[in-house]
Design a protein around this ligand. Structure first.
Ligand code: FES
Length: 101
């Protein structure tokens, strides 16, 4: 059963960028897209690129290594069919980002 956990302050994630966080040893990438926060698994399925070092384009997280793209709304990869990243529920409470892990 997933439990919401505080992971970082909202103002630590710039608009259009990602941030890497670790919760209970699990690497997660948090993104801010037009003021809305999203959390997906932090390692790209292609070659373990750090998604948290990536950025947002057209509602998709872009891996910084070879530019695979993942829909922030679902985690589905739009570069290679059948690939995806787990998406975590994510919300802001009093300026803090909480992720359900
Ligand atoms: S490691 Fe992410 S696209 Fe290659």
């Amino acid at each position: 059963m997933a439990t919401f956990r505080p992971v970082c302050r909202a103002d630590e994630v710039p608009e259009g960028r990602g941030r890497s966080i670790v919760v209970d040893g699990l690497g997660i990438a948090v993104f801010r897209d037009s003021g809305v926060f999203h959390a997906i698994l932090g390692r790209c399925p292609h070659a373990n690129g750090s998604m948290g070092d990536g950025w947002v384009e057209d509602g998709e997280a872009v891996c910084p290594l070879h530019m695979w793209r993942f829909k922030l709304s679902s985690g589905r990869c739009t570069t290679v069919r059948g690939q995806s990243l787990h998406r975590f529920a994510c919300e802001v409470r009093d300026g803090e980002i909480w992720v359900a892990v």
